[in-house]
Design a protein around this ligand. Structure first.
Ligand code: TXA
Ligand code: MG
Length: 309
C-alpha cells in the first residue's frame, strides 16, 4: 500500500511501523519514542534482538541530547559526509535511549540521510530507527516492490523511487582510540584517510580485540539461489552474473550486473539483480569475480561474499 509523506509521518507519530526510502536502501522506520513499534520491527524482520538499529536524524543537533562528549574527528567526518551514507557508532548516555535500539550496548549508531523524502518525514516525526526494509538475511530493498515482496502488498510504503546508492551506509565505529570500519558500504573506505589522517581498518568482527557491528555475524543479502564466486565459469554453470565488458560462453544465461566502468551503477542494481534470481526461480548462479579490488568495488565484493556464504 503506497502512502504519502503526511500519512507516513502520522503513522510513525501514532506508533506504527512504515517503510520509507533513503538514498542508500529502503528502511523500516519507527519513532525512537515508541519502543513497542521498535520491538515490532524486530519481529517483522525476524531480526535477532542482539542486532542494534541505526538512529536517523534530520540535523546534527538532534544527537546532542544522547551524547556526553563526541569522539575526535566526529565533526570533521559529519562536515564531510553528512547528509549522506555514513553511519557513526559512538558512546551515548544510556538512559536517553531505549535499550532495545542499542541491543544493550553503551553505544549507538547515527546517520543523517540525504534523501529529501526521508528528511521531510524526520522533520515531522523526530529521530527514527531504520534497519533496511527486508526480511533478515535477504537482499535489502531498493525499490518499493522489494519491500512488498518481503512484507506483503498491504504493507505501508512511502514511494521515493529507486534508491540512489543501492548499498547500505558505510559504518565507522569509534573504538575509544581510533575509528574503524564496521561495515563497508556506499562510501569507499579510501575516502576517510584525508579526514582522519589514517586509513581506518575494516573490522569484520573476526579479531576479538576490536569493536564490531553485531550485524556482521549474520548471513546477509542472500537470495534463495545458491551463489558461487568464481574467476572461471565452470562447464555445469547455467546462469552467470557478469559484466558487460567480459565475454562468456554463448549458451549460458547472463544477468549483467553492469559495466566495469561504473561501480556506482553496479551497486545501484545489485540487490535487484540478486532478487531477480529468486523471482525467476533460478536455483544456482555463478558470479564473475574478475572486477577491480578498490573503492566501491570492495563493498560490492563484500556483499557478494556474504550473499554466497
Ligand atoms: O544505509 C543504511 O544504513 C540503512 C538505511 C535504511 O539507513 N540501514 C541499515 O540498517 O542498513 P541495518 O539495521 O540493516 O544495519 C545496521 C547495522 C547492523 O549491522 C548493526 O549491527 C549495526 O548497524 N549497528 C547498529 N548499532 C550499532 C552499535 N551500537 N554498535 C555496532 N554496530 C551497530
Ligand atoms: Mg540490513
Amino acid at each position: 500500500m503506497r502512502i504519502s509523506v503526511q500519512q507516513a509521518s502520522q503513522k510513525l507519530l501514532d506508533g506504527h511501523v512504515v517503510a520509507i526510502p533513503t538514498e542508500t536502501v529502503y528502511g523500516l522506520a519507527a519513532s525512537v519514542s515508541h519502543p513497542e513499534a521498535i520491538q515490532r520491527i524486530f519481529s517483522l524482520k525476524r531480526r535477532p534482538l542482539n542486532n542494534p538499529l541505526i538512529i536517523h536524524v534530520a540535523d546534527r543537533m538532534q544527537i546532542d541530547s544522547y551524547v556526553e562528549t563526541y569522539p575526535e574527528k566526529f565533526s570533521e567526518l559529519c562536515d564531510r559526509f553528512w547528509p549522506g551514507p555514513l553511519t557513526v557508532v559512538i558512546p551515548v548516555k544510556m538512559e536517553t535511549l531505549p535499550s532495545v535500539i542499542r541491543a544493550g550496548l553503551p553505544t549507538a549508531a547515527f546517520r543523517l540521510p540525504n534523501h529529501p523524502v526521508t528528511r521531510a518525514v524526520i522533520a515531522e516525526t523526530g529521530p527514527l530507527v531504520m534497519p533496511s526494509a527486508n526480511l533478515s538475511g535477504k537482499p535489502s530493498a531498493t525499490v518499493p516492490e522489494h519491500v512488498e515482496q518481503d512484507f506483503g502488498s498491504t504493507f505501508p510504503v512511502l514511494d521515493g523511487g529507486p534508491c540512489q546508492h543501492g548499498l547500505e551506509s558505510t559504518i565507522l565505529i569509534w573504538s575509544g582510540s581510533e575509528w574503524v570500519i564496521g561495515r563497508l558500504g556506499a562510501i569507499a573506505g579510501e575516502e576517510f584517510a584525508p579526514i582522519l589522517g589514517y586509513a581506518p581498518q575494516f573490522s569484520n568482527g573476526k579479531s576479538s580485540q576490536k569493536p564490531i557491528c553485531p550485524g556482521q555475524h549474520y548471513r546477509h543479502y542472500a537470495p534463495k539461489a545458491k551463489l558461487y564466486l568464481t574467476d572461471e565459469i565452470p562447464h555445469e554453470c547455467r546462469t552467470v552474473l557478469g559484466f558487460e565488458e567480459n565475454s562468456y560462453p554463448k549458451e549460458k544465461r547472463i544477468i549483467y550486473l553492469g559495466s566495469l566502468d561504473s561501480p556506482s551503477s553496479v551497486a545501484r542494481n545489485l540487490y535487484h539483480n540478486l532478487r531477480l534470481l529468486d523471482n525467476e526461480g533460478i536455483a544456482a548462479a555463478w558470479i564473475d569475480l574478475s572486477f577491480p579490488n578498490h573503492g566501491l568495488w570492495e563493498s560490492i565484493r563484500e556483499r557478494l561474499l556474504k550473499a554466497s556464504q
